[in-house]
Design a protein around this ligand. Structure first.
Ligand SMILES: Cc1ncc(COP(=O)(O)O)c(C=O)c1O
Length: 307
C-alpha cells in the first residue's frame, strides 16, 4: 500500500482524499490554530487494533478546550469517524492516525472564536519512527515552550515549531533527536517524546509542570512499571542526572519505548540498552497488541479477523 491513503475523514464524512481540500485562507495555516493527535493502530494476528483511542480523543478535546477551539463533533462521533476511516481504507498493516481540528477561513482577525472549525483525520502505513534503534541525543540549545507564554500541555500545531527547530538543530549536529530543558533548566522532554531515566534503581520522569506534553505512552509506561512493582516517580530532573543515569529512554506513540544510548557525547553506562528499558519495551509491545489481560480495554478492534 502506498503512503497516500485513499480516503480521509473530513467534517464527519469519509471522502476520497482528492476531495478533502481546504482554503489557503484557513486561519490554521497562518497562525497554527489547530490541535491534533498522533495515534497508532497495530496490525496483529489479522486484526487491526487501535491503541488507547478514547484517551487520545479525550486529549484532543482537552487541547481544543484550552485553546477556545469549540469542536463541532462529540468524542463518540470522532471515534466512530476514525474507525470508519480505517475500515474504508481497508488497511492490512500497522498505521499511524492523525486527527486534526482546525480553524478555517474567516478572516485574519486573531480572535477566531466565531471562525468556522473543521475536523479531519487521515491514516497511513507506519512502522519505526527513528532510523536506528538506540539513540544518540543532545540537550538542545532551545528551551521547551514555557507555560508563561503558551500551553505546553495542549497538543497544538503552533507549539510544534519549538520541536521543529530543536529537531533540525540536533540533526544538523549529527544527533538522532533533541532533548529539551524547561525554562528553569530542568529536563523537560524530547522534541516528540517524553523522557525517563533509571538512576540508583529508581525510574523517574519529569512531572507535568516541567512543560511536558502529558504523553499517553508515558502514562502507559508508568502503569506498566507499577504493575511490575518497579519503583517509579514523577519529579523534576536535573540535567546532570542524565549523564549519571543507568538507563535513559524515550516514550511516545510514534517512538514507542526507545533506549537512549548517548547524551551530549557521553555514553549512558556501557552504551547498551538497559534491562529496565527492555522489560518496559516488551510489556508495552504486548499491551499494544492486545496481549495484556489487565489492560485489554486499551485496544479497540477495527475489524474482525480476516479468514
Ligand atoms: C512534544 C511531545 N511530547 C511527548 C509526546 C508523547 O506523547 P504520546 O505518548 O501521547 O504520543 C509527543 C508525541 O506526540 C510529543 O510530540
Amino acid at each position: 500500500m502506498s503512503e497516500e491513503p485513499e480516503y480521509i475523514w473530513f467534517d464527519g464524512k469519509v471522502v476520497p482524499a482528492s476531495e478533502a481540500k481546504i482554503s489557503v485562507k484557513a486561519h490554521a495555516l497562518h497562525y497554527g490554530t489547530a490541535v491534533f493527535e498522533g495515534i497508532r493502530a497495530y496490525y496483529h494476528n489479522n486484526e487491526l487494533l487501535v491503541f488507547r483511542l478514547k484517551d487520545h480523543i479525550r486529549r484532543l478535546l482537552e487541547s481544543a478546550r484550552m485553546l477556545h477551539l469549540e469542536p463541532t463533533f462529540t468524542e463518540e462521533e470522532i471515534q466512530d469517524g476514525i474507525i470508519a476511516l480505517l475500515k474504508k481504507n481497508g488497511f492490512r498493516t500497522s498505521v499511524y492516525i492523525r486527527p486534526i481540528l482546525f480553524v478555517g477561513a474567516g478572516g485574519i482577525n486573531l480572535d477566531y472564536r466565531k471562525h468556522p472549525k473543521h475536523i479531519a483525520a487521515f491514516a497511513f502505513p507506519f512502522s519505526a519512527y527513528f532510523e536506528r534503534s538506540g539513540l544518540r541525543v543532545c540537550v538542545s540549545s532551545w528551551r521547551r515552550i514555557s507555560p508563561m507564554s503558551v500551553i505546553p500541555r495542549a497538543k497544538s500545531a503552533a507549539n510544534y515549531l519549538n520541536s521543529c527547530v530543536a529537531t533540525i538543530e540536533a540533526k544538523l549536529s549529527g544527533y538522532d533527536e533533541a532533548l529539551l530543558l524547561d525554562e528553569g533548566g530542568r529536563v523537560s522532554e524530547g522534541a516528540g517524546e517524553n523522557v525517563f531515566i533509571v538512576r540508583r534503581g529508581v525510574i523517574s520522569t519529569p512531572p507535568v509542570y516541567s512543560s511536558i506534553l502529558e504523553g499517553i505512552t508515558r502514562d502507559t509506561v508508568i502503569t506498566l512499571a507499577k504493575d511490575s512493582a518497579l519503583s517509579i516517580e514523577e519529579r523534576p530532573i536535573d540535567r546532570s542526572e542524565l549523564y549519571t543515569a543507568e538507563e535513559v529512554f524515550f516514550t511516545g506513540t510514534a517512538s514507542e519505548v526507545e533506549p537512549i544510548l548517548q547524551i551530549d557525547g557521553r555514553k549512558i553506562r556501557d552504551g547498551e540498552p538497559g534491562r529496565v528499558t527492555g522489560q518496559l519495551k516488551a510489556a508495552y509491545s504486548q499491551a499494544v497488541r492486545g496481549e495484556s489481560r489487565k489492560h485489554a480495554d486499551w485496544v479497540t478492534t477495527v475489524y474482525a479477523k480476516a479468514r
